[in-house]
Design a protein around this ligand. Structure first.
Ligand code: PMP
Length: 424
């Protein structure tokens, strides 16, 4: 039964039981309306209230300014955002170049402006990617697929400093950043490889006047687990299915200067003349933001679940994300501590400097046999209710996903099993 297991799956992840109980009731009858939350119109006032409350609780919990940042709910998952970030920030880059050209040549005719813009695109348009694991690699590949390799710059590839495998973050002094890139992209926590940036990369810090690189981060698997300097980012995104809620809704936190009135996406006609793609409308942030995430039908149920998770976090931790962060560090410390105590049995996959607090990836050996030892480890852990520990199919091994919903007792139980297994 549910109370007998602790599920360490990488996503979809465990959700707090109280939230599910409340959501189950809301599915049948939301607030005594006689109609379930998944049946109510997404255009109803109650749906709008659910969206607005979730937005406001997210800003409170993460401590960012809702004046400066817009939160939007999208569909298409993290994978959809690999594309959306490209389309929207290339559009914003073109809009900036266009405005600068018009300012410098007030009387110029359209054909001249387009010709100049084309030259600018060919010589200067660059998207920067820092590849530190399977997910940032996928995002990089999507940018190459959508735009062509000539526009995409591989700032650093972590495999080059770790024998062809992910598990380290190349020193920032070696990063080859472009000048005025349309975006600089990285994945804050690599779910498959267990690599997490220990902190915001200092080379990307904005200047005192706020100017600096346009930083985009995928925070799908560590959002809500630690304090982040939101004002250093232009765009943050995350799917809900790990720390936020149920699968089906994706969140983007976007700096408002990328939206009208400061920035308007270029027209489809102009982008076609420049040979650049325009986003499908459901991925165009400007449209989704203008409609408060209701341009088309949004799963209000998923926003509701996310909202309930946020309310529970705010109730549990008076110091908000800092409280959750302390707990996440404590839980990860217990598990890594147990692994490190038996170097002859366990090998943590990533380097110590970049170990993820959320996805703890390790190998198990006994008498030199990895496969057999890991099979036994999985069988015995499952037997005592510790489930979902199998590593991602692309890398194998064991992965304990230590998301927010894993209680301290769950981490303690896993740490104890790691000790017991090694000693047996
Ligand atoms: N980024 C990260 C860090 C992820 O862990 C995942 C999914 N596990 C994705 C992106 C892709 O998300 P989705 O499956 O929602 O497209």
């Amino acid at each position: 039964s549910r109370s007998e297991i602790t599920y360490f799956g990488a996503g979809p992840a465990l959700l707090p039981t109280e939230v599910l109980e409340k959501a189950a009731q809301a599915l049948l009858d939301y607030n005594g309306t006689g109609l379930g939350i998944a049946e109510h119109s997404h255009r109803s006032e109650l749906a709008t209230n659910i969206i607005n409350e979730a937005k406001s609780d997210l800003a409170t919990y993460l401590d960012f300014s809702a004046q400066d940042y817009e939160t939007i709910f999208l569909q298409g998952g993290g994978t959809g955002e690999f594309a959306a970030s490209v389309y929207n920030l290339v559009g914003a880059w073109v809009a900036r170049q266009h405005a600068a050209l018009l300012k410098a040549n007030p009387g110029a005719d359209e054909a001249t402006v387009v010709a100049e813009l084309r030259k600018k695109v060919e010589s200067d348009l660059k998207l920067d990617y820092i590849v530190t694991g399977g997910w940032s690699l996928k995002a990089y590949q999507e940018a190459v697929r959508l735009l062509g390799p000539e526009y995409v710059n591989l700032v650093a590839d972590a495999r080059t400093v770790n024998d062809g495998k992910f598990g380290r973050i190349p020193d920032q002094s070696t990063w080859k950043l472009s000048k005025n890139a349309a975006l600089v992209y990285y994945c804050d926590n690599e779910t498959v490889d267990g690599v997490e940036f220990p902190e915001f990369p200092s080379v990307l810090t904005p200047a005192a006047d706020g100017t600096g690189p346009i930083v985009v981060a995928d925070m799908s698997s560590n959002i809500l687990s630690r304090r982040i300097p939101v004002s250093n980012y232009s765009l943050l995104f995350f799917g809900a299915q790990k720390n936020l809620g149920s699968t089906g809704v994706t969140v983007a936190i976007l700096k408002k200067t990328f939206l009208p009135p400061t920035t308007a996406q270029p027209s489809a006609a102009l982008m076609r003349k420049l040979g650049l793609p325009i986003p499908p409308i459901v991925l165009q942030y400007e449209i989704i933001a203008k409609n408060n995430s209701l341009y088309n039908t949004l799963s209000i149920f998923d926003v509701y679940v996310a909202g309930q998770v946020l309310k529970r976090l705010l109730q549990t931790f008076p110091d908000k994300v800092d409280g959750q962060q302390a707990l996440a560090v404590k839980k990860a410390g217990l598990i890594y501590g147990a692994l490190d105590a038996y170097p002859e049995v366990y090998k943590v996959v990533p380097d110590k400097s970049v170990r993820s607090r959320m996805n703890i990836c390790f190998r198990v050996t006994k008498n030199g046999a990895v496969d057999e030892a890991e099979k036994t480890f999985l069988k015995e852990s499952t037997a005592i209710g510790l489930t979902g520990l199998k590593g991602h199919r692309s890398v194998g091994g064991i992965r304990a996903s230590n998301y927010n919903s894993i209680p301290l007792e769950g981490a303690e139980k896993l740490a104890k099993f790691i000790h017991d297994f090694a000693k047996a």
